[in-house]
Design a protein around this ligand. Sequence first.
Ligand code: PMT
Length: 392
Amino acid sequence: MILQGKTILIGITGGIAAYKMCELIRRFKKSGANVKVVCTPNALNFVTKLTLQNLSQNEVFVEEFDVKEWKPEHISLADEADIMLIAPATANTISKIAQGIADNLLTSIACAFSKKMIIAPAMNCNMWQNQAVQENIRILKSRGVEILEPESGFLACGYLGKGRLCGLNKIFNAVCEWLSYSEKLKGQKVVITSGGTIEDIDPVRYISNYSSGKMGFALASCAKSMGAEVVLITTKDFEAPFKIVKVKSARDMQTALDNEFETSDIIIMAAAVADYRVKEVSAQKMKKGESDELTLELVKNPDILRGLCEKKTHQCIVGFCAESENLIENAKEKITKKGCDYLVANDISRSDIGFGAENNEVVIFDKNGETKRLEKASKSVIARQILEVISQ
Ligand code: PMT
């Protein structure tokens, strides 16, 4: 059912495993998908255009400048597809895509493709082990491309080693899994906060913290890929294919959240909000006085999360909690005090996770006292796991 009405764009490159794609195209078609095929010119040495055309019941695209409509083929094919699968992917095509080279129709589409891409490499085992190829694979993975690693066995070139296209079931399931994942938050509006709030002291000085906004951004990107309408309220500069509301102080963040509150379904507070602000912000730059000491008078900021939980109607509200000691005890106390549905606790005493780091490791608490520990992983992997829990 998941493939009904979906458009799968299949890129085939010049490897012997190209013939296997005929069977896969047939399976996708039988499951209700609209299959579009684009081949590199070399792919046609292994499989014919006519075969692919008959199986996909669509025109097969090869030439970049074989333009029939006003919109270039590489843009319309990229726009139309829900997912792009490149299989078999040669070392040549993998490396070009990783480096942003767009010298044929397939690589141009890949360059213009901003949705999910799955790549199933197939090549000689020495080529697979080549440092440049491995480096390019790492680049692609870091950009969110899913790599279905080749399998070991006898290769068409006569070698025994790792390089064979992975099983067709694995490819089929990976595509289905992604397409069902991308619907999980469809129709839901998810509002996420990120970054450390900034509380002015005077026109040149402020109080803030080390939050980079990465955790919240990872959650927003992930929610978007799960089909949600996303609003990211952040103190940091990000560019993204979802609505971003830039704010500065805790009170700005509260106003922005209030504006989105009623229409939102899920709210995730990953921002590090200052608990206090300066009572009176100086209009002029404060001068150094005679005294060796300076006292700033601070007043409490609103507890935004608590306020949202108090007025919630249908929303699922998720707080974060940054603790440098007694993580579990403090998180348990905080979820009760704030009244949120989930609380994601991270240990900020460690430099390899939490504030500013690329990775995180968290414990998710729900309001019934259940906990789920997520082992250390990149913030985007943690974001996905958090959203999986919430979306259930
Ligand atoms: O941004 P990164 O560098 O990626 O780092 C991520 C992170 C460590 C900042 C993030 O994972 C995190 O832990 N965010 C919450 C930080 C925090 O403010 O924790 P807290 O325990 O002080 O606050 C608990 C919750 O109340 C948070 O959801 C916070 O947004 C909210 N809060 C806090 C104070 C306040 N006045 N109003 C609030 O709403």
